[in-house]
Design a binder for this molecule. Structure first.
Ligand SMILES: [Zn+2]
Length: 421
């Protein structure tokens, strides 16, 4: 068995070991600083100390293991998150932290300091606000966040205090201003790498996102006595619009990066609320959600514009009225070009590049800690294949050879980064 496979097997075993730490017996559910996070920290602290890292937990609840460099340099942060969605799998986030520790085990000190960070919060499950951990790292954990309450009425401040930490020290969680970079290894959580039959890919950008609610208003009436041509059926209008959304998305390609053409615009109507919602009544009111994502903000905004116009046209033709409420307009976040190119060279040097010449590139359709960190610290991300494209589900898995590939690439990346220091 190769050394990398052996190390990858250990990473997977440790992911399984942390999956035992849960709020919900029989499942893995771990939200921001809930009691099982104490046990997660205890286990991670042991593994970090075994490979000689100096360990501390900052006031936002991030566990951090540091190894100094041999020269004066900015720190390279390697991390991901330790919280989970309800009834989660074993690898989302956690794998990136344990892979970082494995990288420290497999190599001596570098010229630059390295800090492995296990973020306390990324998913936003407990407080409805994601990225509490990475916000603290970049100094964006503003005092107003402390007042947000969970469903039990417990505030962020109380949760931090109950965990044994001091909320007043959150500013000290901030990364140094001259940080060298941030590297995150994460499962893809989608089916693209599997469809390309590749182990890993370098992330280009984290896509931008729009969220809106559209309400179609018609007139309720008797399903038996109202002829088809005299109806104002809100649901029939909404259904026509959903089909239009799918057509517009199918016709909007991805960005210019080779290999990414098929990663085009994605648009989803995931929720329709129909009123009055009876078998024998024509729908008077439909509230529809719309989620649109694309790596290029201009393309995304133009598509949203086209979708809203289509809704207005459909409503007019069917004598319905329409209300459009935008909720979110989140810009796309590009990864750092220099670090991303270096990571790409590492993928190629380790022999995992697509077609043998260039590393596969991918856009991330989901948010990650790297998205929050990138505006302040040069960031790069490596995705690992997600078997079956499954994530946020107990069936979430990884292949040991893909984890070994990611570790090998990560190791090569650290060596290269040392070389150009
Ligand atoms: Zn994640």
């Amino acid at each position: 068995m190769s050394e990398w496979i052996k190390l990858a097997s250990q990473v997977i075993e440790r992911c399984a070991c942390l999956a035992e730490c849960t709020e919900e017996p029989g499942h893995t559910t771990r939200t921001f600083l809930s009691p099982p996070m104490h046990e997660v920290h205890a286990r991670i602290r042991r593994w970090m100390e075994e490979c000689g890292l100096q360990v501390r937990v900052d006031a936002a609840g991030n566990i951090r293991g540091r190894r100094e460099g041999t020269q004066l340099s900015g720190t390279l942060y390697i991390g991901s998150h330790l919280d989970t969605v309800p009834q989660a799998g074993m690898f989302d986030g956690i794998l990136g932290v344990l892979a970082g520790i494995a990288l420290m085990e497999s190599s001596g000190p570098y010229t630059f300091p390295v800090e492995i960070v296990g973020f306390s919060e990324e998913e936003g499950v407990r407080f409805g606000l994601p990225f509490l951990g990475s916000r603290a790292l970049i100094g964006d954990f503003t005092p107003d966040l402390l007042a947000i309450k969970d469903r039990e009425g417990v505030s962020v401040e109380q949760a931090i205090t109950a965990f044994g930490l001091d909320p007043k020290c959150i500013p000290a969680a901030r990364a140094e201003s001259a940080a060298l970079g941030y590297l995150e290894l994460h499962i893809e959580q989608g089916p693209v790498l599997e469809s390309r039959n590749e182990s890993v890919a370098v992330v280009d950008a984290i896509v931008g996102q729009s969220r809106l609610t559209l309400s179609f208003e018609g007139r309720a009436n008797h399903a038996g006595t109202t002829p088809m041509h005299l109806r104002h059926d809100a649901l029939a209008g909404a259904a026509e619009w959903v089909q239009t959304i799918e057509r517009i998305a199918n016709q909007t390609p991805g960005n210019e990066t080779p290999g990414n053409e098929k990663q085009g615009l994605v648009a989803t109507v995931g929720r329709l609320q129909v009123t009055p919602g009876a078998t024998n009544v024509i729908a008077s009111h439909v509230q529809a959600s719309l989620d649109v994502r694309h790596p290029t903000d201009f393309t995304r905004k133009a598509a949203v514009e086209e979708m809203v116009t289509a809704a207005r046209q459909i409503a007019e033709r069917r004598a319905l009225s329409i209300l459009v409420e935008p909720h979110l307009d989140q810009a796309s976040v590009a990864m750092d070009r220099g670090l991303t190119n270096l990571l790409e060279q590492s993928v190629a040097a380790c022999g995992f590049a697509a077609c043998g010449f260039a590393a596969s590139r991918l856009n991330s359709g989901a948010g990650h800690d790297a998205m929050v960190i990138a505006p302040k610290i040069p960031a790069a991300m490596l995705f690992l294949r997600s078997p079956g494209g499954i994530s946020h589900h107990p069936d979430e898995s990884v292949r040991v050879e893909d984890v070994a590939a990611a570790l090998q690439v990560g190791h090569n990346f650290l060596e290269r980064l040392g070389g150009i220091q």
